[in-house]
Design a protein around this ligand. Structure first.
Ligand SMILES: NCC(=O)N[C@H]1[C@@H](O)[C@H](n2cnc3c(N)ncnc32)O[C@@H]1CO
Length: 147
């Protein structure tokens, strides 16, 4: 999994067009969204990722560690298919992203928002520019436990 974490003074998005054959069904609340003082997590699910609790908890712990360090008021999970050449196919990616969203919500003491999967979206972001305001992570499922 590849993450780009941007601590934003403000962030907003609005859905435009379908980007995959079967995008996530849109509800009114998923068509647009915004937050201030938020940690935007651009997330690319890779082909070797899985939805095991141990993997998702490592990802969530890393994200929430950054959110705490930068004192973000919320986390914004943003599906983003541009951070890796080894993409998981959409059905697997949406499953893992939704599981990561639930894991984050279960662990976070701040609100966790998300943008919908499978859509092109317009977005505005105002990066705060402090030393921890632009971070990237590559997190992979651990190999099977040593024999
Ligand atoms: N620019 C906006 C956009 O990227 N839209 C992406 C994601 O919402 C989603 N998507 C498809 N595959 C993946 C993946 N492996 N990981 C994350 N999202 C994915 O499908 C859209 C087209 O690739």
């Amino acid at each position: 999994m590849r993450l780009l974490l941007i601590h934003a003074r403000s962030f907003s998005f609005e859905v435009r067009d379908k980007a995959v054959e079967n995008p996530e069904p849109l509800t009114e609340e998923l068509k647009r969204g915004s937050a201030d003082n938020t940690l935007v997590v651009f997330t690319t699910v890779e082909e070797n990722d899985n939805d095991s609790p141990s993997f998702l908890e490592r990802v969530a712990d890393d994200v929430l560690d950054v959110a705490g360090k930068v004192k973000a008021s919320s986390v914004f999970l943003y599906p983003y298919a541009h951070l890796s050449p080894n993409l998981a196919p959409p059905p697997k990616a949406i499953t893992i992203l939704n599981a990561l969203y639930e894991t984050l919500k279960g662990k976070a003491s701040i609100p966790v928002y998300r943008a919908p999967f499978g859509w092109y979206k317009a977005f505005n972001i105002s990066c705060l520019g402090h030393p921890l305001s632009e971070l990237s992570r590559t997190i992979t499922p651990q190999e099977s436990a040593p024999q």
